[in-house]
Design a protein around this ligand. Structure first.
Ligand SMILES: Cc1ncc(COP(=O)(O)O)c(C=O)c1O
Length: 364
């Protein structure tokens, strides 16, 4: 009998979220961002649902090979480009489009022997200060690339640092517009937050949007907005069952460190899910959990393989009752991954990417 924990990937929800992102930028094409193994969902599992995208964007060359192996003949963009010169051979062989963000990558291209010239996305550092040429150095980089016989077409991209917050994107859009003014080529700027929160900004949309997190059913600007606000659906459910029930008396404690002390008689359920499954240890008492589709709370510390929940709102619950840690319960109740992430002081991104290899995954 396997341990009763299971992650389910919801294909229809992925399809729905992709369509939702397309509707946010109807005149743009959509890169489905599938880096980090499709944000922990598994590239092979999401492929069928996301093949309606115009292209796949990722970082890892092995992930690009996996997308090609699935039969995808359309565009694939390497978001960080080549990491070493020989990566360009794979770009040639698999027809990968690649980002160019530094002089070294241009040097490698200049030395690269290829029959088929490459399509590249020249990246502007418009303020994030992670990757890309500064506005001062951008034109020179473009001129170098433009002169290379190895380069067939140059497009332009940048990445926003504050699309989900108060600072917004206007300053970076302005820097991008100035740096790329009069240069021919397609443009790509928006991640999920920009595409949703700045949907009216045609400059920010450009020719290609690059949504990741919203496709995976997490609101990019939670708690300001939740997935219901953005019309997104959970794409991953983490579910378990109750392994044991304990009847507590006032003064009884729960778990390591006795961090939870019962103030009155109460029933708790012990569930088969802990931090070795990818459930964050930083989730404390009060973190929402669904038991039999009813919202209740975590009590005490999360341990490696188990956690405890308050059964007061679910008197019918007992041994074997299903528990939803995040996602969708059988009765349709949704517990957004963003709520759990917020309880742990992190983001939905981290939780979905951290689903542990020991958790079995099915697709529905
Ligand atoms: C360059 C780039 N574009 C697009 C994305 C997708 O961003 P999000 O998942 O916030 O939509 C990322 C993710 O971090 C990224 O690094």
């Amino acid at each position: 009998m396997p341990r009763p924990i299971l992650a389910t990937i919801h294909i229809e929800a992925l399809r729905h979220n992709l369509a939702r992102m397309r509707s946010a930028a109807p005149d743009a094409r959509v890169w489905a961002v599938v880096k980090a193994n499709a944000y922990g969902h598994g590239i092979e599992r999401v492929y069928e649902a996301l093949r309606g995208a115009d292209g796949f964007a990722l970082l890892d060359l092995q992930e690009a090979e996996r997308v090609r192996a699935l039969g995808w003949r359309g565009p694939i963009l390497l978001l960080e480009g080549a990491f070493e010169p020989r990566d360009l051979e794979l770009c040639s062989r698999l027809s990968l489009w690649h980002t160019v963000h530094c002089d070294e990558q241009i040097d490698w291209l200049a030395a690269h022997k290829t029959q088929v010239p490459h399509r590249v996305f020249l990246k502007l550092n418009s303020g994030m200060n992670r990757l890309g040429f500064t506005p001062q150095r951008f034109r020179a980089a473009w001129a170098r690339l433009d002169a290379l016989p190895q380069v067939q077409e140059i497009s332009f991209m940048t990445h926003f640092s504050d699309a989900d917050g108060a600072r917004g994107i206007a300053h970076q859009v302005r820097a991008f517009d100035e740096a790329t003014r009069d240069l021919p080529g397609e443009r790509s700027l928006s991640n999920s937050a920009a595409a949703l929160r700045h949907a009216g900004d045609a400059h920010a949309r450009g020719d290609w949007i690059r949504p990741g997190i919203a496709v995976y059913g997490s609101a990019p600007d939670f708690p300001q907005h939740d997935i219901a606000h953005w019309g997104l659906q959970p794409t991953m459910t983490l579910a378990s069952r109750i392994l044991a029930v304990q009847q507590l008396q006032p003064g009884d404690t729960v778990g390591y460190g006795s961090s939870f002390v019962a103030e009155e008689p109460m029933r708790i359920g012990v569930i088969a899910c802990g931090y070795a499954d990818g459930y964050p240890r930083h989730c404390g008492t009060g973190t929402p959990v669904l038991v039999d589709g009813v919202r209740t709370r975590l009590v005490g510390r999360v341990s490696m393989d188990m956690s405890a929940v308050d059964l007061a709102p679910v008197p019918q619950a007992g041994f074997g009752t299903p528990v939803t840690l995040w996602g969708r319960a059988d009765n349709g109740t949704v517990l957004a991954i963003d709520e759990i992430a917020a309880s742990a002081g992190t983001l939905g991104y981290e939780l979905m990417c951290a689903l542990a290899p020991r958790v079995p995954v099915v697709v529905d």
